[in-house]
Design a protein around this ligand. Structure first.
Ligand code: ATP
Ligand SMILES: Nc1ccn([C@@H]2O[C@H](COP(=O)(O)O)[C@@H](O)[C@H]2O)c(=O)n1
Length: 185
């Protein structure tokens, strides 16, 4: 069975959709974030919890990654090999630009909506969530341009499925993803 990759800006809902697709189609769910957290642990960070990326420690690791692309390269190399085995659903910022086959989903959404979602997931205020969303988005954009020469968030032409999540709740996004993926698996 083909693998599925889900990309999109921070806290747009990638994990939520990936888990739902895994359950619906019997795919194995893997998270780029979890692989990267494993590397953060090797680097001495205490990287637990869904909200870790949005903590001060998570931001420090983001700065470290910005200076050293090797962390991200290790994540991407291992995920690429797993993706090519088939039968996976993977959340990854970068994989859609790095693999040829498979189903590529882009979840679009404004920074404001991402921040609202991050705020309720991580129990932080809107202003702080907005600052974190922008910082994470921009740091990744710069890093991927430098590493792979693509413009994260600006080119949806490589995706098989694009869902604008701004006016949809999580269940509506999931239903849309399921019905489109069902046609392509
Ligand atoms: N369409 C939606 N509308 C409102 N809330 C949503 C929607 N999709 C997901 N959420 C909620 O938003 C929060 C962030 O979702 P999720 O963790 O799936 O995002 P993510 O893109 O995987 O995040 P990250 O980039 O930080 O790994 C969660 O609390 C989730 O329940
Ligand atoms: N090569 C990468 C790097 C990161 N991810 C995803 O990033 C999230 C955390 O990263 P931030 O830079 O935004 O703090 C994490 O949830 C992963 O989804 C990735 O997929 N691939």
């Amino acid at each position: 069975m083909r693998s599925v990759v889900i990309s999109g800006p921070p806290a747009v809902g990638k994990t939520t959709v990936a888990r739902a697709l895994a359950g619906e189609f019997g795919l194995e769910y893997l998270s780029g974030g979890d692989v990267l957290k494993g590397i953060a642990r090797e680097e001495g960070f205490d990287s637990g919890g869904d909200d870790w990326w949005d903590t001060e420690e998570g931001m420090r690791f983001l700065d470290k990654r910005s200076k050293n692309p090797e962390f991200d390269r290790r994540v991407d190399d291992s995920l690429r090999a797993l993706f090519d085995e088939g039968g996976k659903v993977i959340t990854s910022y970068t994989l859609p630009w790095l693999v040829d086959d498979g189903i590529k989903i882009w979840l679009a959404g404004s920074h404001e909506n991402s921040s609202r979602r991050m705020g309720s997931r991580d129990s932080i205020g809107m202003a702080e969530a907005l600052a974190i969303t922008r910082r994470r988005y921009l740091a990744n954009k710069v890093l991927y341009k430098k590493m792979y020469d693509f413009e994260f968030g600006e080119d949806s032409s490589i995706f098989n499925v694009v869902i604008n999540t701004d006016n949809l709740d999580a269940d509506q996004v999931i239903q849309s993803a399921k019905s489109q993926v069902r046609e392509m698996l």
